[in-house]
Design a protein around this ligand. Sequence first.
Ligand SMILES: NC(=O)c1ccc[n+]([C@@H]2O[C@H](COP(=O)([O-])OP(=O)(O)OC[C@H]3O[C@@H](n4cnc5c(N)ncnc54)[C@H](OP(=O)(O)O)[C@@H]3O)[C@@H](O)[C@H]2O)c1
Length: 302
Amino acid sequence: MALALLITGCNGQLGSELVRQARAASDIAFSRGIDLPEVDLTDPFAVRDTVHEWARVVRSDSPDHKLVVLNPAAYTAVDKAEEQEDLAYAVNATAPALLATACKEAGAWLAQVSTDYVFPGDGTVPYEPDDPKGPTNAYGRTKLAGELAIQEILPDASWIVRTAWLYGAGGPNFVKTMARLERERETLTVITDQVGSPTWAGDLARGLLTLARSDAPAGAYHGTNRGSTSWHGFAKAIFEELGADPARVHPTTAANFPTPATRPAYSVLSPAAWDGAGLPPFPGWREALAEAFRVEGPALRT
Ligand SMILES: NC(=O)c1ccc[n+]([C@@H]2O[C@H](COP(=O)([O-])OP(=O)(O)OC[C@H]3O[C@@H](n4cnc5c(N)ncnc54)[C@H](OP(=O)(O)O)[C@@H]3O)[C@@H](O)[C@H]2O)c1
């Protein structure tokens, strides 16, 4: 069955990669990308009209297409969200609820991209999708509210895919920041006491498109590159990819880098549910970083 996609946040880091890969895929019959200012996902009328019009156009071409809305759009400014929780809630919770309602009416599936920050981060083993939640910051609270709304409105036709530590050509991210600091400074200090799984947007987009094609049951999944490291370990690996000496990256602790939003100390996500659904495993994070530099090195160095 051919697939038709509606991709939100198409100018964002993950959304732009999803659109690029969808347009290159021969089995994806119709993909449309939307973003601000054309469609504001917090506007109920805009969401309803956009989803219904997309479904109508796809069905007029072929009634057999599987319709999937991919929603990476989000309010992603983690620190600013502490001051703007209402705005973050509108984008991260209200908008997914509006999309879920429109998908239900249109007979479409919804894949919602969510975050490791829904967990408390005090664990020592990878979080399973159904482990107890406990966001430590406003951004995480709003993303969790979005997950819960979708699961209530569209329980049988929605996937929640939590990711973490995302980087790619299309966005500001840690890799680009390290590349800039490598040029500007002889040494830098990066924290060791937050651990997670750096995830390349290229791999996550591939995983989401595979999920959209699949018969994986509705529910929550984790989509990150495999393995884990600290921000310090990640920074050293980035220096290696840049051809710079990783010894220039010195360790420090989060206490020396206070931020408005508290970050989880441990946010490694278990791939067991993803693997259990028969979906192809994500590559390891170190291998993915090398591949990202091979494929889109110039953009990551800017
Ligand atoms: N980045 C990470 O490290 C990370 C980690 C874990 C999970 N995630 C999740 O992964 C997903 C993708 O992240 P990303 O880094 O690709 O995000 P991003 O680059 O910030 O892209 C988000 C996109 O959503 C758009 N958007 C914001 N408000 C909107 C609205 N009201 N209506 C329509 N579009 C709106 C943004 O437009 P503007 O730019 O114009 O605002 C932007 O194009 C998000 O759901 C995020 O929560 C990210």
